[in-house]
Write a new protein. Sequence first.
Length: 136
Amino acid sequence: MRLIATSLLLAALGACGTSNTIVDAPTGDRITKVCIKVNTAVAQEGFLPEVVRQIEARGVETARYVDEVLEACPVRMSYTANWKWDLALFLSYAEFALTRDGQPVGRATYTATQWSSDKFGPTAEKIQPLIAQLFP
């Protein structure tokens, strides 16, 4: 009986896993350059460099800005990310939003619940599907 109860609990917890949501993926002209607004509230040191690495690996040029929007930059991306602690630090939420000429063209989110069995692992693996959808 205990084995059955434990199995049901583990199955229920596994169902409360991680999710990737692509609200919109860019259509139309291929994106060749994106200007990324640096989010100074995202304290994880390696997050932005990993985002840039993944975007550039898809053949898209990147530039970064903090406050002043760079000239000749019709496609811009903003992001946010949060981490939580549960035996180890894990990415609990990430969101990327793309605009072209000020109009939204794509948004993707990653969410991991506290009870996710697959929440641990490299951040790079968690954001890769999002970047792939935003920069096809």
